[in-house]
Design a protein around this ligand. Structure first.
Ligand code: CMP
Length: 134
């Protein structure tokens, strides 16, 4: 079915000048960008967005990284958009990401991993509302 998912192009990928290359991958796969905003996240923005990871040992580093420079927040729409985006991104750790995935091609490390994508319908709904409202 047609779904919407939240995508974030993270500070490492913005700094590398690959916003266009990443968006092209979404578009070539049939996903449509229906909302898009470049944004410098505040500490509160990043902490709230990643609240589910609050107790994880990497939380402080994650928040520091996500506020280290501007990000591009997008809503992608298309058939099976949530799983499609996750396939395009590849594994969280770029060392484990399959060939031709965004993380394999553009990410440096598990922290600086180029993109975020919603992992379920419930998180897509929450994450889209977090940045773009209902
Ligand atoms: P993301 O999909 O944005 O969701 C949480 C982020 O935490 C993840 O991508 C990684 O960039 C980062 N992270 C750092 N260490 C880990 C870890 N051990 N497991 C999962 N995510 C991690």
């Amino acid at each position: 079915s047609v779904e919407r998912t939240l995508s974030i192009i993270k500070p490492d990928a913005v700094a590398k000048n690959v916003i266009g290359e990443i968006v092209t991958r979404f578009e070539k796969a049939g996903l449509k960008v229906v909302s898009m905003q470049m944004k410098q996240l505040s500490k509160e923005d990043a902490e709230g967005f990643y609240a589910e990871h609050k107790e994880r040992p990497f939380f402080a580093d994650l928040v520091a990284f996500m506020t280290s420079g501007p990000v591009v927040v997008q809503v992608l729409e298309g058939e099976n958009a949530i799983a499609m985006n996750r396939d395009l991104m590849g594994a969280t750790n770029p060392k484990e990401a399959a060939e031709s995935t965004i993380r394999r091609d553009f990410a440096e490390s598990i922290d600086a991993n180029a993109v975020h994508g919603s992992d379920s319908a419930a998180s897509a709904e929450r994450e889209i509302a977090y940045f773009f409202g209902a």
